[in-house]
Design a protein around this ligand. Structure first.
Ligand code: FES
Length: 257
């Protein structure tokens, strides 16, 4: 049978040529991903700042915007959201994944794999303010877990009307949001290290088997940390927008009556 390839050794069977890998029809330019990160993070930052300074329109019926949870009454001259938002903000800003994303996109440090550094000056890493705060990531994780507990409480409340179960679009949005935020926190590198890291021998450590089991499960989630980081960012945004629209619609109907 003719194979189209000849053997260099007379009499030996001809080698079968390996199929050539097909070149992708379109390869995204390296700058596209950093550009998208800049656009999304800047857009989210601007919207979150606007929403945090509103101080109203964040609560309607059983729905509470995640930007304003836990509820803090009017304390001082600033919007209640500002007493809370620094926790999730610093949790995300010091996240290992987001650090990679914004170092590349905003600082071009470097902008992408196999793309040269643009930096001329000395490299200080995370030894100077504000990047020094990155070393506190695990403490922002602890605080965020407390905020997360309040968000779960809000999500359950969104399904209740005078003690009866009621399901609305808002309840579903708040539930999806808190689920994604929980996946984001559970897939955190610091949490994985806290539960399963720093151990040379699981069978010698206290509760070693349990820790090993937890570490393995968190490792599965950890592989998708970047995905949860983006999905939860969008879900927070969608939850706040929905609550604001709903509050505005209810207020509009009240005025019309
Ligand atoms: Fe991303 Fe901890 S590493 S939240």
């Amino acid at each position: 049978m003719a194979t189209g390839a000849t053997s260099p050794v007379p009499g030996a069977p001809a080698a079968v040529a390996a199929p050539r890998a097909r070149a992708p029809a379109w390869r995204a330019p390296w700058w596209l991903q950093p550009l998208l990160v800049v656009v999304v993070l800047t857009g989210f930052g601007l919207y979150a700042t606007w929403a945090a300074f509103q101080g109203h329109g964040h609560r309607v019926g059983p729905y509470l915007s995640p930007f304003y949870s836990p509820v803090i009454g009017d304390v001082g001259p600033i919007s209640p959201a500002l007493w809370i938002l620094w926790i999730p903000l610093l949790f995300r800003a010091t996240c290992y994944y987001y650090r990679k994303a914004y170092y590349r996109s905003f600082f071009w440090d470097p902008p992408a794999c196999a793309v040269g550094e643009r930096r001329r000056g000395g490299y200080h890493g995370e030894t100077v303010f504000p990047f020094l705060l990155s070393n506190l990531h695990r403490f922002f994780l602890y605080l965020s877990i407390v905020v997360l507990a309040f968000l779960w409480y809000d999500a359950v409340e969104a399904f209740l009307d005078n003690g009866q179960l009621r399901i609305g679009l808002g309840s579903v949005i708040l539930l999806v949001n808190v689920t994604l935020l929980t996946l984001y926190a559970l897939s955190c590198h610091s949490l994985r290290h806290l539960l399963g890291g720093n151990v040379d021998c699981y069978s010698c450590a206290v509760a070693g088997n349990a820790r090993h089991g937890l570490w393995k499960r968190l490792s599965v989630l950890n592989k998708r940390h970047a995905l949860y980081a983006w999905l939860s960012l969008f879900s927070v945004l969608i939850a706040d927008v929905y609550v604001r629209f709903f509050a505005a619609a209810v207020e509009g109907l009240r005025v019309l009556r």
